[in-house]
Design a protein around this ligand. Structure first.
Ligand SMILES: Cc1cc2nc3c(=O)[nH]c(=O)nc-3n(C[C@H](O)[C@H](O)[C@H](O)COP(=O)(O)O)c2cc1C
Length: 236
């Protein structure tokens, strides 16, 4: 009798487990649908076998401020965002650029205006799943250029990558030293963007001259997140 009771309890547990599983699957289908509805775009996988050697990219790297009107592709955007902060090691989420204590204070945005298969808008890069999420509609070149003392390279670009930082992610471990670590990290990410741009036949320039508050407003950044660098991009 005891054995039968035990068997019945076990069967109920199995049934409960299976129904919970089905319920969760249903929910994940639902959340996938919500995902699509909230303007999240899966980027093409980054190419890991380019034709330009590191030496060639270093040799050719230049700050380029004039671009043609030819559109860049979503594959170019995918590759550049990945070069800046893409995940290259899944278990710890390590990235293309080094980070003090692997605390990753940087965030990456892209403002698109002349990109095939992407409507003009402001997007945030999500490193974890190599997606971008639209956070605002429309061509932001004028607003970003205005924040950056009217620099032409921004107005003439096809897309603009902006790197920001949330310093407190690094401060929790390194205190005041975090300030210099964050500045170093944007340099690493920026050089990756430069070298990747060479390999894609695109031009870019690091723009450091901008009004922090004005750019913060364009990006609608929270109080604890600061803009650090702008990289206009375009075909040469
Ligand atoms: C921290 C930093 C800030 C910069 N800010 C600007 C800028 O606001 N506008 C610009 O046109 N170039 C800017 N540059 C690009 C430099 O002018 C450029 O790197 C320099 O002239 C050397 O040329 P090269 O990059 O082609 O070697 C900046 C570069 C760095 C590293």
């Amino acid at each position: 009798m005891k054995k039968i009771k035990h068997l019945l309890v076990s069967i109920s547990f199995v049934i409960l487990f299976l129904s919970l599983n089905l319920f969760c699957q249903g929910n994940s289908e639902e959340s996938k649908m919500q995902y699509a509805e909230t303007d999240v775009i899966k980027l093409p996988s980054p190419n890991l076998k380019g034709v330009t050697s590191v030496e060639e990219a270093l040799h050719k790297r230049r700050s380029i401020r004039d671009y043609t009107n030819e559109p860049v592709t979503i594959a170019d955007i995918s590759q550049l965002l990945w070069a800046a902060q893409g995940i290259t090691e899944e278990s710890y989420g390590l990235r293309t650029a080094p980070s003090a204590g692997a605390l990753y204070p940087l965030e990456v945005y892209v403002a698109t205006s002349n990109v095939e298969d992407l409507t003009p808008g402001l997007y945030k890069y999500k490193t974890q799943n190599h997606t971008i999420k639209k956070i605002d509609d429309g061509d932001k070149r004028k607003d970003i250029a205005n924040a950056a003392l009217g620099q032409d390279a921004i107005e003439n670009s096809s897309a603009i990558i902006i790197i920001t930082a949330v310093p407190e992610r690094t401060e929790v471990k390194y205190g005041r030293r975090a300030e210099r670590y964050v500045q170093m990290e944007v340099g690493h990410a920026g050089q990756n963007i430069y070298l990747q741009a060479v390999s894609l036949g695109l031009g870019t320039v690091m723009i450091g001259a901008f009004k922090d508050d004005a750019l913060k407003k364009v990006l609608d950044l929270p109080k604890n997140e600061n803009p650090l660098a702008i990289y206009p991009l375009g075909k040469i």
